[in-house]
Design a protein around this ligand. Sequence first.
Ligand code: FAD
Length: 457
Amino acid sequence: MKIVVIGGGPGGYVAAIKAAMMGAEVTIVEKSKVGGTCLNVGCIPTKTLLASSEILEAVREAKEFGINVMGDVAIDFPAVMKRKDKIVEQLVKGIEFLFESKGVKLVRGFGKLASNNKVEVALDDGTKEILEADKIILATGSVPIIPGMFPYDREHVITSDEALFLQEAPQSLLIVGGGVIGCEFGQFFSKMGTKVTIVEMAEQLLPFEDEDVAKQLSRAFKRDKMKMIHGEKIVNCVVDGAVVKATLESGKMIEAEKALISVGRKPYLENMGLEEAGIEVRNGKIVVNEQMETTVPGIYAIGDIVDSPFLAHVASKEGLVAVENAMGKNKKINYKAVPRCVYTDPEVAAVGLTEKQLMEKGIEYHVGRFEFRGLGKAQAIGKFQGFVKVLVDHQDKIIGASVVGPHATDLLAELTVAVHLGLTAEEVGDVIHPHPTLSEALMEALHDVHKACVHSL
Ligand code: FAD
């Protein structure tokens, strides 16, 4: 079986390796660097930068832990960026090494469909190559959305793509959009000494997450001296000399050295030959069935180009499922249990439905909640802001959960398993959790569903 994958992000590269492991002859086409958005300008570089701001915070708080740090704490911003570059580079090499060791052929160039079993590649050296395939997997990812009113010049008005390569922290930064990317960059730059203002048109940060969770994050951002404007849109934006001037609906003007546009992303489907191949695209996204197959049999699409959450782990899972189906199996994805994580301080993590969604759907539910401050471990590590909130249905099944607090993104895994398997609060709450750990907060919140939480305040 010959499989050609177009796009080497977490969807495409995982699919390519899986297909090779299942015995297929695999070629992957990548126009830029393997690892895609996630590794080069997304998940990994942002988390690497946030790790630096976390260290800074830890040093600043060291005295509270009885540790005296001598001398001034100084930020070497270029070194922060250099560390990020080094880690990304190592991981890119790691994927290239995996390709070699698993027998995946990497072709560098721009791939497009030439028919339902041919991919034409405009190679980096200017020549063309036709690749024959029994099955094709499209995984070309996404790019930032930039509304027309913003004069995107990559210098004053930027997106995450440019923010990750700044060589100094701006004096002031306007962040347009308080979603995951806006919040993570906002807090990073704020900790690096930038005056940050986030404008979010919804009534809360992280508009798709639990209201209480967003409030907790807002409180932390206020402590970090970040300014937040909710429920208002920017109606005009100009670059005036070296200053970005943005006007709000109310007429208020915000001035900043740079504006970072983080209002969302859209599939990247340019010049792919989709229409000629007969592949249906709806609302800018490729239509696929439960097997991840497009409207043309034998051509699959995965990741940010289909109508599912724009997340690396979703792209990878879809890649695995597409490959298994291309190789003759019949696999589907359970989208009920997709973890959503925000790597701010405190971290935010959620899975399943939120309370608002349950109310809108008219589903009966019960809530269990536990504050981290009630935990010995949280006190010991000095990180006790936040809580765990679990939502169960009338049969006690866990159908949603949010965690805001220390290591929330790692803690969420247990609740993701619970939602995935349809476990009840009683079943998971019955499990012995190690003491002293942050995971006890999950257990206590699950006990709280039945008002049986021993440590509730
Ligand atoms: P991509 O990663 O976008 O990869 C697509 C690849 O295809 C690219 O390498 C591109 O060069 C290549 N390509 C495109 N067209 C062609 C063509 N015609 N020929 C050849 N190659 C082509 N998600 C998380 O889960 N966790 C996070 O913490 C997280 N943080 C993020 C932070 C930021 C700043 C951003 C921007 C995104 C973040 N995401 C995060 C989202 C995540 O990066 C994406 O959901 C994920 O990368 C999508 O994977 P993909 O394989 O579909 O596409």
